[in-house]
Design a protein around this ligand. Structure first.
Ligand code: AAT
Length: 294
């Protein structure tokens, strides 16, 4: 390992590791659940790392946060209640502030240290907490969803860590059964998956789990995140009733304003647009062959 560089070495992506040059370590801590690290990188702004895995960099977080939020939210009309599982950095909350119809957002994050660190070191993401409709819950997303009243949410966004750690159960059938129960009949779910470049079998298993539970639509989408392993991250979109996820019902033109801190702020999208929405569901041949049901 070269001095002054962070390398994301992990058994989930053996034989390869992204490296970033470190200008300064900004925060290092150990919570009840994971190691928390924030550093200033040479090329990507501040970076948040949990248990040695990059969660976000200031430079490319827009791709992940905008896609995990707007792919599901632009697939439905007039959402009023949304649940976020994980997402303690606030980035998804920031993106949800573009939807004036939302009356209530519950966010269930396991680790309070992530929220505290985001508020201190990532103001551009933690601004998402400055929304009076947000209610914070600190705890395990699995039990939160299990205890949620049935048919409550228009959208449930699973912005969790990779399956090898405290988020393991968030990739299993009982969890998605609880998610389906907590969704309204026309509701949608979007969950972090993995990159088809890394371990396509993990992605296939994730989709198979979702297909067991969601009888409407189950689709795989992907986006580019240069600081995630392989530069690509997958997302799974599900609904109980059939939804044509390729045809967004909300236009990107409606998303340029955020309701934050009691004010309406102009805040253009950086990544998502309606054309990208449709293309995010198109798969390269090698992935299509494995991930599509014939
Ligand atoms: N938006 C940044 C991307 C993330 S953050 C994932 C969050 O999920 C973390 O804050 C973590 O503490 C939280 N989390 C993990 N397990 C649970 C759980 N069981 N219940 C609630 N929250 C949880 C994801 C980055 C993906 C990295 C890709 N390689």
């Amino acid at each position: 390992i070269m001095a002054g560089w962070f390398s994301e070495i992990n058994r989930m992506w053996p034989g390869e590791a992204l490296s970033l040059q470190v200008d300064k370590i900004v925060f290092q801590g150990k919570s009840e659940f994971q190691d928390v690290l924030v550093f200033e990188s040479r090329s990507h702004g501040r970076v948040l790392v949990l248990d040695g895995v990059i969660q976000l960099s200031e430079r490319d977080e827009c791709s992940y946060q905008e896609m995990i939020t707007h792919l599901p939210l632009c697939s439905i009309s007039n959402p009023t209640k949304v649940l976020v599982v994980g997402g303690g950095d606030g980035g998804v909350l920031r993106e949800l502030a573009r939807y004036p119809s939302i009356e209530r957002i519950d966010l269930c994050e396991l680790d309070k240290m992530v929220i505290d660190v985001a508020k201190e070191y990532f103001p551009g993401l933690a601004c998402g907490f400055d929304n009076p409709v947000v209610t914070l819950h600190i705890g395990d997303g699995v039990s939160f969803v299990r205890n949620a009243p049935p048919e409550t949410y228009d959208a449930i966004l699973i912005d969790s860590t990779d399956p090898d750690g405290p988020a393991k159960e968030l990739f299993e059938v009982p969890f998605y059964q609880a998610v389906a129960r907590a969704l309204r009949p026309r509701g949608v779910m979007c969950a972090l998956s993995e990159s088809p470049w890394l371990n396509i079998q993990t992605v296939k298993n994730h989709l198979d789990v979702c297909r067991q539970v969601f009888k409407g639509s189950v689709r795989f989408a992907w986006t580019t995140v240069p600081t995630y392993p392989s530069g690509v991250i997958g997302l799974v979109l599900c609904s109980k009733e059939a939804i044509d996820f390729e045809k967004p019902v909300v236009s990107d033109k409606a998303l340029g304003t955020m309701q934050l801190g009691g004010a309406s702020l102009k805040h253009p999208l950086k990544y998502y647009n309606s054309a990208l929405h449709a293309s995010a569901l198109c798969l390269p041949e090698f992935a299509k062959n494995v991930l599509t049901v014939k």
